[in-house]
Write a new protein. Structure first.
Length: 314
């Protein structure tokens, strides 16, 4: 099992949203911090990205061949120059609706995307990323081909477009996470531990079958280590014991399955390694301070309150 693929697969909440825009200066767009992960790339021309509408001192230049990802939480702005007046998405779209028919050399062609995550596993991936991450694609880098495909697909709508855009955005996200996690001291410990073949074997085993009644001796055997050596190496790399990690992973899976409401309590209990709903409820209460049913009801109400009104960003 590829643990990064596993995390991404469990984190997806729905389809990606992408839009291609042609804008003649002056132009500026505000993107809400409620977008969990925004993706920006300039196909032609240039643009700027910043966070403080009143003081655009911290800026990121957007140039062709690069992709910039912005983690949600804070509103951000993009425009033809730093500090320009920025419009809300609906007003921006109306203002520049006819710019795409123009061949004005000064017009900027750019792509904006929004990626949505689900549950605690998705939030864990998001929180491990910096607020802004820029990928630079050298000549011959496949990233340039991905950007070109995105631009072509958005300029020529055809059947199945949403599926193509979803997959292309998946590729961009994987490239971004790989690039950042390889060099970031804030990369998740499980990602760094994958470089150790002994630990990666145990991690993959737990992720492949979270419902199996794993024990430290059994995981040590999977790793080819003695029980003591495995327990010590695991704790040094991940900051917790193997059983603590397994419980945390099982609870993360359980929370996401409770949130979707697709499985009953007995099915969830079996899928995460508990012999009965009662044993699962007791473990969940120890871990979270409340029974799973109460947790699911509270989260369902919160999710309804936070549900966005629409899919499009502009």
């Amino acid at each position: 099992m590829d643990l990064l693929r596993d995390h991404l697969a469990r984190a997806r909440a729905g389809g990606a949203v992408f839009a291609r825009t042609v804008a003649e200066p002056p132009w500026g767009l505000r993107l809400a911090g409620t977008i969990q992960l925004s993706v920006h790339t300039v196909v032609r021309g240039r643009g700027w990205l910043w966070f403080d509408a009143d003081d655009p001192g911290r800026t990121v230049e957007l140039v062709p061949g690069e992709v910039t990802l912005v983690r949600g939480g804070t509103d951000h702005y993009i425009g033809h120059e730093p500090g320009t007046d920025c419009l809300e998405p609906e007003e921006f779209r109306a203002r520049h609706a006819g710019d795409g028919e123009s061949d004005t050399p000064g017009a900027t062609v750019f792509l904006c995307g929004a990626y949505r995550f689900s549950g605690d596993i998705g939030n864990g991936l998001l929180n491990a990323l910096p607020q802004v991450l820029t990928l630079q694609a050298a000549v011959g880098d496949p990233l340039r081909d991905v950007i070109a495909l995105l631009s072509h697909e958005l300029a020529n709508p055809e059947p199945g477009q949403s599926t193509v855009l979803d997959r292309l955005l998946d590729v961009l996200l994987v490239l971004a996470i790989r690039s950042d996690f390889r060099r970031s001291p804030n990369a998740p410990r499980w990602y760094r531990a994958l470089t150790d073949p002994r630990l990666s074997a145990a991690l993959q085993a737990m992720h492949e079958d979270a419902g199996h009644p794993w024990s430290v001796p059994e995981l040590a055997a999977v790793s080819g280590l003695s029980r003591a050596a495995f327990a010590r190496t695991f704790h040094e790399a991940l900051g917790q014991t193997p059983m603590q990690y397994l419980t945390d992973w099982r609870m993360a899976l359980a929370r996401d399955r409770l949130r979707t409401g697709e499985l009953g309590m007995a099915s969830i209990a079996r899928s995460v390694g508990y012999s009965s709903p009662y044993a699962f409820a007791a473990a969940f209460r120890r871990h979270h301070g409340e029974p799973p049913g109460a947790w699911r009801q509270r989260e369902s109400m919160r999710d309804r309150e936070l549900q966005p009104s629409g899919r499009h960003i502009h």
